[in-house]
Design a protein around this ligand. Structure first.
Ligand code: ACO
Ligand code: KIV
Length: 518
């Protein structure tokens, strides 16, 4: 026992820097409002990540407020905000981050590759170097917690990269990030870049080396792993691997590699891995973007054994086909079955285990919806609960669905009568359509007078069986924003209406903030 504990202590800590709320948000359809960022930040706190990058404060008033709120509310992890190497960005970042005190981290960056310096920044290398040093000094005048990133480090000439790294450490950077901004490198090359810096930058040990890998060639996790083997001690990653273009290194995959291969990897993280599935689900609930079923660690099939030979092996001895347990990533095997006889305590406890915290009013409404659903379905699954919470957690809704009546059939023209509340006023109309869903959405479009376009419509079922809830996801765009809306119900017409109204509410929220300059 003591020996195992000693081995655990001897393993080197890899700091987990979560950038779901910043780089993760940079993927289309993933942008989050202030309340959503705070909900996710609370889950990241439970996950016990070391750093939460909460946003890019100068990007908008909304992002500024979100970083500030996260800095004020979250205890434990450090809170970072990203900024360019310019005084106004850095000053603005600190205005939001100062609420986290010593845990506030200014993360400033500038690109160092020839291609970025020449075409994008249109700056000579010596000017970029001077700008990096000036930025770090400015940031260090506010806090000792300064991270500097050499954007596009992987395509940077190595001697210049080493020169920049040495200079920013001298200027006060305590973490230096070597990003693979465009997801271009491969493990052995990345290992050599980190090793080169370890061997050629005299003051390198005064800072933590961080890595930030994109997934354009599907190598972000493998590259992050190679980097820690070469000496990096912070890994930047996101829940579900979301992020700009093909995304970032997936937090759950990276963390579970270190946990599962303790036999050959002398590293560990502080992450509470049992919170991984709740974190993944909460993100899906917030963005409305599902993870693919075969996604490692958190996909719906990650622990599903289909083939007879596998099932036989599992029945004899789980380790024949299971390299990590579902419980270790927070899948609640053996949890209480929720159904129409369940009470409020079990319901609340299960929601909390899934990462959902609702205030009393929302909890009561969610509980009522759960009971209604339990009357319709034999068993209520975790996925059903996620869908209920997704509906209840919504804030400030302009549009509310009342009733829908649909007539349709092989010989009938589909007709939908929809009743809604708009800003508290009851309104009603009827429309014909090419099928009941089309008629319903047309009626909603008419009532809301929206000019937004429905770009995508998908319907699926949350669980199996003909009593399963249908889950509809829509993508809707107006002139300035694209949003995703989700709705669920055992009736797919109602699920469609809910998804469409959810998207219109999100657009209206964004429009309001734009008009208010937030
Ligand atoms: C690799 C990454 O993920 S980097 C982070 C990406 N995230 C974001 O861009 C956040 C969202 N961005 C925004 O809201 C806006 O782009 C803002 C507010 C940051 C800037 O907006 P604008 O002032 O309109 O500039 P715009 O985005 O069009 O162009 C970027 C400008 O910053 C400059 N710039 C880019 N990176 C840096 C840097 N690290 N340091 C200093 N200047 C930089 C560009 O050269 C360009 O300068 P110019 O306006 O003098 O030509
Ligand atoms: C600014 C840095 C950290 C970044 O996001 C990237 O290089 O991809």
């Amino acid at each position: 026992m003591a020996k195992a504990k000693k081995q655990e202590d001897d393993r080197q800590i890899i700091r987990i820097f979560d950038t779901t709320l910043r780089d993760g948000e940079q993927a289309p359809g993933n942008s989050m409002n202030i309340d959503e960022k705070l909900r996710l930040a609370k889950q990241l706190q439970k996950l016990n990540v070391d750093v939460i990058e909460a946003g890019f404060p100068i990007a908008s008033e909304g992002d500024f407020e979100a970083v500030k709120l996260v800095a004020q509310s979250i205890k434990g992890p450090q809170i970072a905000g990203l900024c360019r190497s310019s005084e106004k960005d850095i000053d603005r970042a600190w205005e939001a981050l100062k609420y986290a005190g010593e845990r506030g981290r200014i993360h400033t960056f500038i690109a160092t590759s020839d291609i970025h310096m020449k075409y994008k920044l249109q700056m000579e290398p010596n000017k970029v170097l001077a700008s990096a040093v000036k930025a770090v000094k400015r940031a260090a005048s506010y806090t000792a917690n300064v991270e500097f990133s050499c954007e596009d480090a992987v395509r940077t000439r190595l001697p210049f990269l080493a020169e920049v790294v040495e200079a920013v450490i001298d200027a006060g950077a305590t973490t230096v990030n070597i990003p693979d901004t465009v997801g271009y490198t491969i493990p052995v090359e990345y290992f050599n870049i980190i090793k080169y810096l370890k061997d050629n930058v005299p003051n390198i040990d005064k800072a933590v080396i961080s890595v930030h890998c994109h997934n354009d060639l599907g190598l972000s996790v493998a590259n992050s792993l190679a980097a820690i083997q070469a000496g990096a001690r912070q890994v930047e990653c996101t829940i579900n691997g979301i992020g700009e273009r093909a995304g970032n290194c997936s937090l759950e995959e990276f963390v579970m590699i270190l946990r599962t291969r303790q036999d050959i990897l002398p590293f560990r993280t502080n992450v509470v891995t049992e919170q991984l599935t709740p974190a993944s689900r909460l993100l899906t609930t917030v963005t409305g973007i599902a993870v693919q079923p075969n996604k490692s660690v958190v996909g719906a099939n990650a622990f599903a054994h289909e083939a007879g030979i596998h099932q036989h092996g599992m029945l004899m001895e789980k380790s024949t086909y299971e390299i990590m347990t579902p419980e270790s990533v927070g899948l609640s095997a053996g949890a209480l079955v929720l159904g129409k006889h369940s009470g409020r305590h079990a319901f609340k406890q299960r929601l909390e285990a899934l990462g959902h915290e609702l205030d009393d009013e929302k909890l009561n409404r969610a509980f009522e919806r759960f009971k209604t659903l339990a009357d319709l379905k034999k068993e209520v699954f975790d996925e059903d609960l996620d869908a209920i919470v997704a509906d209840e957690a919504r804030e400030e809704e302009k549009y509310k669905l009342g009733h829908i009546t649909v007539t349709c059939g092989s010989f009938a023209v589909a007709t939908a009568t929809v009743q809604m509340e708009i800003d508290g006023l009851a309104v009603r109309t009827a429309e014909l359509g090419d099928g009941p869903v089309d008629a319903t959405l047309k009626a909603i479009k008419k009532l809301t007078k929206t000019k937004a376009k429905l770009m995508q419509y998908n319907v699926g079922s949350i669980t199996g069986g003909t009593d399963a809830q249908g889950e509809v996801t829509v993508r809707v765009a107006d002139a300035t924003h694209t949003v995703v809306g989700k709705g669920s119900s055992t009736d797919i017409i109602e699920a469609s209406a809910k998804a469409y109204i959810h998207a219109l509410n999100r657009l209206s929220y964004k429009q309001r903030r734009l008009t208010e300059g937030v």
